[in-house]
Design a binder for this molecule. Structure first.
Ligand code: GDP
Ligand code: CA
Length: 307
């Protein structure tokens, strides 16, 4: 019997979970539905950070230490660009650039983001099915002080250290699900919400037409994993964004972003005291180690997700 699993995915947290899951179930039984709200056009190139993080991680060619991009990367093009006075605040490695060149050329010739994602996965030997949530543009924007910042202006240029009082997702309400996305959600025996940023990564996936409705109808088959451990993100701004946007800064606060959509919630040992309050909301709660930097812990978490 196939245990088809579909994972709603941001970047690093999702990539680590998918890598661990592909060690406990056959990779071809796994589908990732991936955020595109971080995508940008830079130097005329279309860059899809979450798609690339997941593809590189599953291909085993990512830089695990730096946490993004490719292992063994060099920066000659970026250095040259900086010397010319070009826009060099968004780091693009020499090898990584090949991905963006490939994608941009294929898009210019009429391919979709879905097509290109599949082509890159095939070339790199990734057999997990990778689906951008939509082929239509979705652009997450963050409001700070007096102006709206694009996702990458916030995340990279401002190093996510400015106070945010509003988030919007340009294009989301009109975005159609990419081919295969709704079927992957309907046909999965289990739907997983990865330990990704609930506001920046998961919300723009759940907001695509049809996704939320399927989760709500199938909530007993939906399991989420908390990206917050002891009230803190392992990296990135998930904790401070929850605070700034008025949510509780804890695993329970993340769950409140998924109200009515989740039947089981996996939280970290450090948050064992929150299990009662999760269960009080009618959601099953499992408590285990959820930090995936250790491969054995990652495998144990993957087994708990599948159990
Ligand atoms: P990004 O797109 O790369 O910024 O990443 P995501 O949206 O996927 O996720 C960022 C979140 O992933 C942060 O809140 C981290 O705490 C969480 N995360 C990263 N690695 C792990 C892990 O090993 N375990 C858990 N539970 N969360 C993680
Ligand atoms: Ca991301």
């Amino acid at each position: 019997v196939l245990l088809m699993i579909t994972v709603l995915s941001g970047g690093v947290g999702a990539a680590r979970l998918l890598r661990a899951l592909s060690g406990v179930v056959p990779p071809h039984e796994l589908t990732a539905v991936i955020n595109v709200g971080d995508d940008l056009v830079m130097h005329g190139l279309t860059i899809c950070p979450d798609l690339d993080t997941i593809t590189y991680t599953l291909a085993g060619i990512n830089d695990d230490v730096r946490g993004w991009g490719l292992a063994g990367e060099s920066w000659r093009v970026l250095d040259e660009l900086r010397a010319l006075g070009g826009d060099a605040w968004f780091s693009l490695g020499d090898k990584d650039l090949a991905t963006h060149l490939y994608r941009s050329q294929r898009l210019a010739r009429g391919a979709t983001k879905s097509d290109v994602t599949q082509e890159l996965a095939d070339r790199l030997g990734v057999s997990v099915r990778l689906l951008p949530v939509s082929n239509d543009p979705i652009a997450t924007q963050l409001h700070t002080a007096s102006r709206w910042l694009s996702f990458q202006e916030y995340f990279v240029q401002e190093r996510h250290s400015v106070v945010v009082d509003d988030v919007r997702y340009d294009g989301l309400s009109a975005a159609r699900p990419a081919p295969g996305v709704l079927d992957a959600l309907r046909e999965a025996s289990r739907i997983v919400i990865a330990p990704s940023n609930p506001i920046l990564s998961v919300a723009p996936v759940i907001g695509v037409a049809g996704v939320r409705e399927i989760l709500a109808a199938r909530r007993d088959d939906v399991v989420a994993i908390s990206p917050l451990i002891g009230g803190a993100a392992l990296k990135g701004p998930a904790d401070r964004l929850l605070r700034e946007l008025g949510h509780e800064v804890s695993a329970v606060g993340v769950l409140s972003c998924y109200e009515g959509l989740v039947g089981r919630y996996i939280i970290d040992d450090a948050d064992a005291s929150l299990a009662e309050s999760v269960r009080a909301q009618g959601v099953h709660c499992d408590v285990t180690t959820t930090i995936m930097s250790n491969p054995e812990h990652a495998a144990a978490l993957a087994r708990a997700v599948v159990a």
